[in-house]
Design a protein around this ligand. Structure first.
Ligand SMILES: NC(=O)c1ccc[n+]([C@@H]2O[C@H](COP(=O)([O-])OP(=O)(O)OC[C@H]3O[C@@H](n4cnc5c(N)ncnc54)[C@H](OP(=O)(O)O)[C@@H]3O)[C@@H](O)[C@H]2O)c1
Length: 401
């Protein structure tokens, strides 16, 4: 698009003015510059204008071009975008109350609503433009990132992110391969490191159980934990055993040959359980932990966003607070820790993961890739469940991919 390209080149020139803190006057000027030109700048994107089923996905050539509002932001040209279950859930309105509150007030003010909303949480691409405070990246750098759910997503030609959410992409991966990882990697990192207290130096003698080993989070977490020397047991369907063993799982339990808890109970107890399944797993999983040893159960399936959707922000957060406190206390009396785990964006975590990837210790598990015009088919695929790794959409065509 000619307008977009003109805007990009103008913006790139203006943002090369230097680094360091942006004065208020300069910032105001910069914002005014961006806002004034926005009306004439558009890009291709898949958007939704209301929540619903797959039919709400709409392709447009006129989506608003992203704007650098803060000096620490970068605009990334998207080469590949990965899909996650949260995209399916958000398409249906999941988390709308909380995410709307978290969205940048500048954006909400501009449009008065979250629509048109762009989904897509993983991005691999190339830096197009940097804010004045950005020194770690420069235009042309190949990067990967997980786009937080409260920001416009990656199913578009361009996406704007804070520089601290972005990381240099592993050199050993193509854009499509790189787009398999950031969201599940950032989630696994947040859950295992920040919530679970694990790291590369304390895993050697630890026994970890992953409930749900064959999907996006599971296939990444297995590899991260194995690279840190942990012993990893996973549950999955029988037809996923080959996949999870191939990426390092030590013990594999087929959850379809019920009762799975009985089989797991016959194994030595665990130091940490990562639960990506939820529901009734909570009723038996905590009894598999080593008691009074600081062992933790961390679940990714929490009622946090559902509560705020149903009860509103204040009451929903109150309900979540009471639920987590009650459960944590109940399990503490039995000598184990109960925790909720959440995705957290982190460029520095992706930097560390990049090293593991380039060292050949973690590889992408790409199940299927779709061209940009086939985004609704990609959503159907993810919505169908039974993931074996990741689903990725190619946005920009790259030679050799
Ligand atoms: N809290 C957060 O911030 C956060 C962040 C990321 C993800 N999540 C949640 O974490 C969950 C996993 O995410 P994901 O990206 O890994 O999903 P995914 O890619 O769709 O994978 C789910 C996997 O679980 C398997 N599975 C289904 N039922 C199972 C069971 N009872 N036991 C063992 N495996 C089972 C599925 O295969 P089969 O059905 O063929 O067995 C599939 O391979 C999702 O619910 C997601 O919403 C939460």
């Amino acid at each position: 698009d000619v307008n977009a390209m003109q805007w990009i080149s103008l913006a790139v020139v203006s943002s090369r003015g230097g680094h360091g803190a942006l004065s208020t006057a300069m910032h105001a000027h910069y914002r005014a510059f961006s806002t004034a030109t926005r009306r004439h700048t558009v890009m291709h994107a898949w958007v939704i204008d209301k929540y619903g089923d797959n039919s709400v996905l709409r392709f447009t050539k006129n989506a608003s071009f992203p704007i650098i509002d803060y000096p620490n932001e970068v605009i990334v040209k998207v080469h590949a975008a990965g899909l996650n279950p949260i995209d399916i859930n958000m398409r249906g309105g999941y988390g709308a109350a909380t995410l709307k509150m978290k969205r940048d007030p500048l954006n909400i003010k501009r449009t008065d609503s979250e629509f048109p909303l762009i989904l897509g949480r993983d991005v691999s691409g190339v830096i197009m433009e940097c804010g004045l405070d950005v020194s770690y990246f420069k235009p042309g750098d190949e990067v990967w990132a997980a786009v937080p759910p409260w920001k416009q997503g990656s199913l578009a030609e361009f996406v704007v992110l804070s520089a601290n959410e972005v990381s240099h992409k592993p050199k050993s991966l193509s854009h499509v391969e790189a787009a398999c990882m950031p969201y599940v990697a950032s989630t696994a990192w947040s859950v295992l490191v920040n919530t679970g207290g694990l790291n590369k130096d304390n895993c050697a003698k630890k026994r970890i159980l992953i409930l749900g080993g064959s999907g996006g989070v599971g296939t990444f977490a297995i590899q991260l934990l194995k690279s840190w020397g942990a012993h990893v047991t996973v549950t999955c369907s029988q037809n996923a055993e080959h996949l999870v063993r191939g990426i390092g799982a030590d013990d594999v339990v087929d959850y379809t040959a019920r009762p799975v808890e009985k089989t797991l109970k016959s194994l030595e107890n665990f130091d940490l359980i990562l639960d990506s399944i939820g529901g009734e797993t909570e009723s038996w999983a905590l009894s598999l932990l080593k008691p009074w040893c600081g062992a933790k159960y961390v679940t990714l399936v929490t009622p946090f966003l559902r509560n705020t959707d149903q009860l509103g922000l204040a009451d929903g957060m109150m309900r979540s607070g009471v639920t987590i406190a009650t459960k944590a206390l109940k399990h503490l009396t039995k000598g184990v820790h109960y925790r909720w785990g959440f995705f957290a964006p982190s460029g520095s975590a992706l930097d560390e993961i990049c090293e593991l990837v380039d060292a050949g210790k973690i590889r992408p598990v790409l199940q299927e890739q779709f061209a940009f015009p086939r985004v609704p088919r990609a959503f159907q695929k993810v919505e169908g469940g039974h993931a074996r790794g990741k689903t990725v959409v190619t946005v920009a065509r790259v030679q050799g991919e």
